[in-house]
Design a protein. Structure first.
Length: 332
């Protein structure tokens, strides 16, 4: 949104429901009343409800449920996270757009948000259900000073941030857990998707693109059939709609906090938070590696670098830094 409508929106918000005359707005902004009218029409076209009374001025009645940069920045208290916001009404994948921006030099913290995705992607080539105007689809460019071998820790750290944001929003800390490596569950059902992609120079990270999709207001009954038994949304868990922009601000705050800790101390810096939400210890699981090899055993714990420790049938303990985990059903 251009500077003129943005200034008018800020003024109307600051008025806290009081009407502002076109004369007052034009004088304070140094533009004509006609320009003020055009700016107001621009805001209305974006979904802002603005009342106008003859001789009484303009009054902001309601803001649209959109992830516009001006909505995300309002009250956002981060230093670098979402420092630059690119909003799209629809795209195939926010990660694809962010990867292009990263290659073109976009800064650390630059973020792409979309109202909907036509080809949302998850881990291991899976699709991510991305209906428009209901959820959060966000991809952020990160430029940490890391070796490639340190990148997996940032995936786990991102899961911690998502879990903390969901817990804060639902006010239900005991309902939120992390299934290694980065699935965030609410009452045992998957609430979100996290996908990290990278660009590298030799053995060093040039950039990371952190894609996060969170099911906020989608009706679980509308999920594709294969997801209905295992997925949920925050609105379904709370029994009330979720303010999408407010949730995004909460998430960005947690991401900055957790990723800053990870940058300084590595995974050790966020291990206590991860373990506080890790409830797989002692569970029987199967781990499928990227090459297709499968292993079964009992979860021994999480190593200091974030690797999953699995006690195999013979008693030895194996380390896994990546893989797809299936938890065995518990029997009574």
């Amino acid at each position: 949104m251009s500077a003129g409508p943005a200034r008018v929106l800020d003024a109307l918000r600051s008025a806290a429901g009081r009407p502002l005359t076109g004369v007052a707005l034009s004088e304070s902004h140094g533009v004509s009343r006609t320009q003020i009218w055009k700016d107001v029409e621009t805001l209305r076209a974006r979904g802002y409800q603005i009342d106008a009374e003859p001789g009484g001025g303009y009054r902001l009645v309601a803001a649209p449920d959109r992830l516009y940069p001006e909505e995300l920045r309002r009250g956002l208290e981060t230093r670098w996270m979402a420092c630059e916001i690119h909003h799209l009404d629809e795209t195939d994948s926010t990660n694809r757009v962010a990867l292009e921006l990263a290659r073109d030099g976009a800064p650390h913290g630059a973020t792409v948000v979309a109202e909907g995705q036509t080809a949302g992607r998850g881990r291991l080539g899976r699709s991510f259900y991305s209906p428009p105007y209901l959820n959060l689809y966000s991809s952020t460019i990160l430029r940490p000073a890391l070796d490639i071998t340190q990148a997996p820790a940032w995936i786990l750290a991102s899961a911690v941030a998502v879990a903390e944001a969901i817990s804060e929003t639902l006010e239900a800390p005991d309902a939120v857990e992390i299934k290694w490596p980065n699935d965030v569950l609410v009452n045992g059902r998957k609430s979100s998707g996290i996908l990290m992609e990278l660009g590298a120079e030799a053995t060093r990270i040039a950039f990371l693109v952190l894609g996060i999709g969170v099911n906020l207001n989608v009706d679980p009954g509308d999920f594709p059939t294969e997801f209905r038994a295992t997925a949920t949304s925050l609105a379904a868990e709370r029994g009330a709609p979720i303010d999408r922009a407010a949730f995004a601000r909460t998430l960005y705050g947690w991401l900055e906090k957790v990723l800053d800790a990870c940058a300084v101390e590595g995974f050790r810096g966020i291990l206590p938070r991860f373990e506080a939400r890790f409830r797989m210890r002692g569970r029987e699981v199967g781990v499928r590696e990227q090459d297709g090899k499968e292993h079964r055993g009992r979860v021994h714990g999480i190593d200091t670098d974030g690797a999953l420790l699995l006690e195999l049938a013979g008693g030895s303990v194996a380390r896994f830094v990546a893989g797809d985990v299936t938890v065995a059903k518990e029997t009574a």
